[in-house]
Design a protein around this ligand. Sequence first.
Ligand code: GRE
Ligand code: ZN
Length: 324
Amino acid sequence: MTGKIAIEEHFVSKEATPYLPPLGVTVAVQKRIDDGLGDVERYRLPEMYKNGIDVQIVSLTADGVQLEPDRDKAVKIAKLANDELAERFLAKYPTRFAGLAAVPLQDPKAAADELQRSIEQLGFKGALANGFSNVEDLDTGEYYDLPKFWPFWERVQELDVPFYLHPRGPLDSQQRIYEGHPELLGPAWAFGVETSTHALRLITSGLFDRFPKLKIIIGHLGEGLVPMMWRVQNRFDYASFGKRLEKPLMQYLKDNFFITTSGNFHTPTLVNVIAEMGIDRILFSVDYPYERTDQAVQWFDNCGLSEEDRQRIGRLNALRLFKL
Ligand code: GRE
Ligand code: ZN
């Protein structure tokens, strides 16, 4: 398919380079990632062209701003990253790239202001946070269901732009379960646990009853959330924690969430997610440069979808969601 739009595609800014997590990959893969993150013209555009990707929606890679415990520094790094993205990608190639703003949620009001500046002055199409934000120190993290984040969410809803909840790894003090298993402590597993649990916190906190128009995007075909939702609901109904929500949990997933194919190129999982969420809620992504574009595209272009559905997931849903 030509004309694909890819949603979860990353770059690294000059000032955010120290915030890259160690990956534990081979030298060759690390080189491909480093080359890809820093680059626009040499690898990225040819790879898009070769694989029928018309537009990349670009965001600052993990852990990015979220790892900086100092509030003012986080605000500064976010601004610089958004300016760099605007300059190197959007100004030079306005038809090939769109931007998602880095948001310094260490300071919810500053994050809202930076998002608004990015949308209104830089032409960005939404926000992306790399999981929880460190606050004050490296072993304290805050999830965005807390009431202190309501002013931020209020602004996201007002601006009517999507918010991508991207993974990051758990805090050092929360890694006991992965002891002796570094292979599970990254994108393979821990990223998804962090992100799906964070998404559930947003849902069960009542955030979407308060701000019903919020649009949250999660990657990796739903971070494992979708096939567990029936059980979460069933046990939620038995529980006596006094939480009252207006709708069934799955309904918030359907009404407030979008799911991308980033880094999870597997047809049975795609079929399940489509069945639960509906075809209009699923968007194509690669997860460049962590994943191989040719592998993503080989799979997506041949995965047994009708051509109509491939167009929806590959392009049309993104045009609508990001108002491109
Ligand atoms: C990703 O974006 O999915 C990612 C990272 C960092 C390491 C691996 C990875 O941001 O897949
Ligand atoms: Zn990613």
